[in-house]
Design a protein around this ligand. Structure first.
Ligand code: UDP
Length: 538
C-alpha cells in the first residue's frame, strides 16, 4: 500500500522522547550548497506549512553552521541540477518546546532519501537527473539500502516513468502530495536530503548555452553498474549470445518524425546486412526496449530524450543521432557526451539534415511544440530564413523549438556514407578485448649520479625501479617519461624511455643542479604520478 509507512515497527513513545530530548541533528558533506548532501536525525516536515522543521534542543547538531548564509541562496540543491532556484532546500527552526503546541508527530521509520525530481516526464531528465544520481547517492551512504524510501518533494504527480523510480528501492516512493494523508507533522527518524551530482555529465543551459559539464567525473563502468542494477530489478532477460546482430531504430511517433522511416530501415538492413527493428516509447514497454537495445549493434534515432536509452547499449555498439535542418549537432550534445564518456566504449555519429527541401516545419503549432505564429511577422520571417539556430539559453527559445520540432526526410545516401566513414567493418564488433584503464603507481627507488668530464661536459645517470603495481599486471606497453629541468629554469627536457636507467649527456652542464622528474606510462595513454623529484648536482 502506497501510504503504508509502518512496515518497520517503531516504539512511538520512545521516538517522541528521542525527538523531545535530542532535537534534530544534521551533518552534511560538501562545502557549497551545490555539492551538499545532508544526513538528519529527527528532521520534521509540516504538511500544512509545507516546510521542513529543525527542532533545537541542547543536543542538536547543525553542521555546517552557516548562520544566515544558509539562505544565500540555500542550504542545498534538492535536485541534481546545479543551483536551480526552483530546487533549493531549507528548513525553518523551532525549539523542541514548541512541540507541545504542535500536532502530534507521525514518525517515518524508513531511512528516507528526500529530493526533487527535475522533469519526470522527460526520459533524459529521468535518467540523468534522477535515477542515476539516486542510485549513486545510495551507494555513498550505506544505510540508504533497498529498504529505504524515496520522497519526491518537487510536487509533481507520479509522471510517465514512475515504474523506473520504483525499481530503485523495495518501498513505494512517496510524493509531496501524499505526505498530507500521513499526518500534519511528519518526523523522519533518519533521512538524507539532496542528491549527489557526481554522475551528471550535462548542463542544460540555464546560465550559459547547454553543453557537457566542465568536469565530468563518471565513466562507463559506473554507468554499467547502474544499468546492470536496473536490468535485474526490472527483470529484463537479455538474450546472451543470441548470435544475430541487429540495428534498432528508435522512433518518435508524435513529433520530430523521420518521414521516410521504411526506406531508412531497408537501407540500414541492406547496407549492414543486419535485421533492423523499430521501437518507440509509445509502442514498447521499458522491459522490451531495454531487452532490444541491450544487445543491439547500432541505435539510430532523432535527437531527443529517447536517446538516453543508449545507456543500455553493449560495449562496441554505435549510436547514430539525427538532427533536423538548421540544428547544429555540436550545440546539443547530451547523447554524444554520454556515448563518449571514458569507458562507455560506444561509437558516436551525428548526422544533420542540410537540405531545406527535406524538412517539414510547423509554424502554426503551439509555441511549446515549435509554433511561431505568436511572434511578430518580422521575427517569423527571420526564423524561416535562418540556416542555423544561434546558440541560446534554455528553454523557451522559439527559434530552437521551431527547428527541433521539424520532421525530416532523411537523405539516405549521405547518412550511410557518414556511418561508413566511422564504422569501418561491422558496427558492433564485440569480439574486441576491452582494456580497462589502470594507471601505474610511482616509480620506486629513483636515483641519480652525476659525473663531470672536463670543463664543458657532464653526465647524469638516472635509474629507478618499476612501479609497485606493475609486478601484478600484464601491461602491453610500459614506458617511462623523464623530465630534466635545470634548477631555476622554467623549461625542461622531456624524454620517453623504455628502460629503467639512462645516462643523459646532451645539454648537461658541469656545476649545475638539475631536477629530475620520472613517471611511468602504461599503454601510451595511462600516465602515472611523478615520483618525488630528484636533485642532482653535477
Ligand atoms: N516523446 C516520445 N515520442 C514523441 C515525442 C516525445 O516518446 O513523439 C518523449 C521523449 O522521448 C521525451 C518526452 O516525450 O521523453 C518529452 O519529449 P520532448 O520533445 O518534450 O523532449 P526531448 O525529447 O526533446 O528532450
Amino acid at each position: 500500500q502506497s501510504q503504508e509507512l509502518s512496515q518497520v515497527q517503531i516504539d512511538y513513545h520512545a521516538a517522541l522522547q528521542a525527538l523531545v530530548e535530542e532535537g534534530t541533528k544534521m551533518v552534511c558533506t560538501g562545502r557549497m550548497h551545490t555539492d551538499r548532501v545532508c544526513r538528519f536525525e529527527s528532521l520534521c516536515y509540516s504538511t500544512e506549512a509545507e516546510e521542513f522543521v529543525f527542532f533545537h534542543s541542547n543536543s542538536s547538531i547543525m553542521l555546517p553552521s552557516l548562520g544566515s548564509r544558509r539562505f544565500q541562496p540555500a542550504l542545498l540543491d534538492l535536485s541534481s541540477v546545479e543551483d536551480h532556484n526552483t530546487q533549493y532546500f531549507n528548513f525553518v527552526e523551532l525549539p523542541v518546546a514548541a512541540l507541545k503546541f504542535m500536532p502530534k508527530p507521525v514518525f517515518v521509520p524508513d531511512v528516507a532519501l528526500i529530493m526533487n525530481r527535475f522533469n519526470p516526464d522527460n526520459l533524459m531528465h529521468v535518467f540523468h537527473d534522477d535515477l542515476i544520481p539516486i542510485f549513486f547517492t545510495m551507494q555513498q551512504f550505506p544505510d540508504l539500502d533497498l529498504e529505504s524510501r524515496l520522497f519526491f518533494m518537487e510536487g509533481w504527480n507520479e509522471g510517465l516513468h514512475f515504474d523506473l523510480y520504483k525499481a530503485l528501492t523495495n518501498k513505494q516512493p512517496l510524493l509531496k502530495e501524499q505526505l498530507k494523508t500521513l499526518g500534519r507533522l511528519l518526523c523522519f527518524t533518519k533521512s538524507y536530503v539532496g542528491l549527489s551530482k557526481i554522475t551528471t555529465w550535462y548542463q542544460y543551459g540555464f546560465v550559459q548555452p547547454q553543453g557537457p559539464k566542465a568536469n565530468i567525473l563518471v565513466s562507463g563502468n559506473e554507468i554499467r553498474q547502474f544499468t546492470k542494477f536496473m536490468i535485474e530489478k526490472l527483470n529484463v532477460t537479455l538474450e546472451e549470445n543470441a548470435g544475430e546482430e541487429y540495428i534498432v531504430l528508435f522512433t518518435r511517433t508524435i513529433n520530430r518524425l523521420i518521414l521516410n522511416e521504411a526506406e531508412l530501415i531497408l537501407a540500414l538492413a541492406q547496407e549492414f546486412q543486419m535485421k533492423t527493428i523499430t521501437v518507440s516509447l509509445e509502442d514498447h514497454s521499458f522491459v522490451d526496449i531495454i531487452r532490444l537495445i541491450g544487445n543491439a549493434s547500432m541505435l539510430v534515432s532523432m535527437h531527443g530524450a529517447q536517446l538516453v536509452m543508449s545507456l543500455f547499449l553493449p560495449r562496441g555498439a554505435t549510436v547514430v543521432e539525427l538532427f533536423p535542418y538548421a540544428v547544429n549537432p555540436e550545440h546539443y550534445t547530451p547523447y554524444k557526451a554520454l556515448a563518449t564518456l571514458p569507458g562507455m566504449d560506444l561509437q558516436y555519429i551525428a548526422w544533420q539534415n542540410t537540405e531545406e527541401d527535406n524538412t517539414v516545419t510547423y509554424p502554426d503549432r503551439q509555441w511549446d511544440q515549435g509554433g511561431i505564429a505568436h511572434l511578430d511577422k518580422k521575427e517569423q520571417e527571420r526564423i524561416m530564413q535562418s540556416k542555423e539556430v544561434p546558440r541560446h539559453l534554455c528553454c523557451q527559445n522559439p527559434e530552437w523549438l521551431f527547428r527541433i520540432y521539424q520532421d525530416t526526410k532523411v537523405d539516405i545516401s549521405s547518412l550511410i556514407l557518414m556511418i561508413r566513414q566511422t564504422v569501418k567493418s561491422k558496427p558492433g564488433t564485440r569480439k574486441q578485448k576491452w582494456m580497462n584503464g589502470l594507471y601505474p603507481g610511482k616509480v620506486k627507488d629513483a636515483k641519480c649520479q652525476a659525473s663531470v668530464q672536463g670543463t664543458n661536459e657532464a653526465k647524469l645517470s638516472v635509474s629507478w625501479q618499476i612501479p609497485w603495481n606493475l609486478k601484478y599486471l600484464k601491461v602491453r606497453d610500459v614506458k617511462y617519461e623523464v623530465w630534466i629541468q635545470e634548477q631555476g629554469e622554467n623549461t625542461y627536457m622531456p624524454y620517453i624511455l623504455s628502460h629503467q636507467n639512462h645516462t643523459f649527456s646532451e645539454n648537461i652542464k658541469p656545476f649545475a643542479t638539475y631536477l629530475v622528474w620520472i613517471r611511468c606510462i602504461f599503454n601510451k595513454n595511462f600516465l602515472g604520478p611523478f615520483a618525488e623529484v630528484l636533485m642532482c648536482s653535477t
